[in-house]
Design a protein around this ligand. Structure first.
Ligand code: FES
Length: 341
């Protein structure tokens, strides 16, 4: 495989995501979300063909696919040779990223599947990041690096908070859940990511599935603490009542800010939160007759993000006023399951 812009060559197994292959071989390819959300990894295939894989349709259109473009964070090669061109002006957004050694301050179970991890940056390092950013965590023996969204806005205190969900067969999440201890040192890189509060005015709807709550909560909380006065409504969807977490943050925000409301949705069983189990798209349709004036921030698995985004769009929300954060854990890419951070 050849990158036309740089002349660099690398090999790609047809079973592998092209971006993963490139990064594993030290090839610098612009990228951010790795979840078909940001479009940073979009390239033009000049020779050969790819299987496009999963895409929400926000980062690449069918028309662009027809013109030969693909998202390298989703695509797999289907021809022995590929030549790609990185569009001019794409810098990747990774130039500001730094790598540093952090100290584990706490690892606490929030639910049977989710741990809250707090890391401390070195005291002599300034680490500033916009709300909605994510980190790469360099888990020993796990390649490529695993990405976790930061669960709060930058507070300039050098503390980094992550929600880490355990995944079946997940080497990184298994290490963090079972092996990582207070006082350990672990390297991280960042900040990355382009999920932000969409520009403009209008009410905000935040839609979060599982640990997709991290970027959505960070963005809305940051906006509220900065004085945003538009109505904001955050939906957190989990499968079971025992998987609800960060309720203290949601309740605290709703008590501090009259314009903030939240809703918990439990999809697989009866719960105290809704009259019956319900999925996010059904709740959106039940709650809103139109979202034409809204902006949306959506975080979660690709399936959750896609279903919510398409529902919002069907209710009149302009796709340009939707910001998404969906990560496909690399361990799940290998076993080709639906995924969620
Ligand atoms: S890195 Fe591929 S769309 Fe964001």
């Amino acid at each position: 495989m050849t990158v036309i812009n740089t002349g660099e060559q690398f090999s790609v197994d047809q079973a592998e995501i092209i971006l993963d292959s490139a990064l594993a071989q030290g090839i610098r390819i612009p990228h951010q979300c790795r979840g078909a959300s940001c479009g940073t990894c979009k390239v033009r295939v000049l020779t050969g063909a790819v299987d496009h894989g999963w895409s929400l349709g926000l980062a690449i259109t069918d028309e662009e696919k027809g013109q030969g473009y693909c998202l390298l964070c989703q695509a797999r090669a289907i021809t022995p040779e590929l030549r790609i061109e990185i569009p001019s002006g794409v810098g990747g957004g990774n130039e500001q990223a730094t790598e540093m050694c952090t100290e584990v301050l706490s690892v606490v179970s929030l639910t049977p599947r989710v741990k809250r991890v707090v890391l401390a940056t070195p005291a002599d390092r300034t680490f500033v990041y916009p709300a909605g950013s994510y980190l790469e965590v360099l888990v020993p023996g796990v390649d490529p690096n695993r990405m976790y969204s930061l669960a709060s806005a930058c507070r300039n205190d050098g503390l980094l908070e992550l929600f880490v969900s355990r995944h079946a067969f997940g080497e990184a999440s298994g290490f963090i859940h079972d092996t990582l201890r207070v006082g350990d040192l672990i390297r991280v890189r960042g900040p990355f990511g382009a999920c932000r509060l969409p520009d403009g005015a209008g009410p905000v709807i935040g839609l979060a599935g599982g640990t997709g709550l991290a970027p959505v909560l960070a963005i809305l909380e940051d906006a509220l603490e900065r004085g945003a006065d538009e109505p904001m409504l955050l939906l957190h969807s989990v499968s079971q009542t025992r998987e609800v977490f960060a309720l203290d943050r949601l309740v605290g925000l709703s008590r501090r800010h009259d314009n903030f409301k939240y809703q918990i949705l439990v999809t697989d069983e009866q719960s105290p939160y809704t009259s019956h189990p319900m999925f996010a798209p059904a709740w959106i349709r039940q709650t809103f007759s139109s979202l034409a004036t809204h902006r949306a921030v959506i975080g979660g698995s690709p399936g959750f993000v896609e279903a919510c985004a398409q529902t919002c769009i069907s209710l009149g929300l302009d796709a340009a006023r939707i910001s998404t954060d969906s990560f496909v854990p690399s361990e799940r890419r290998a076993i080709d399951e639906n995924a969620h951070p």
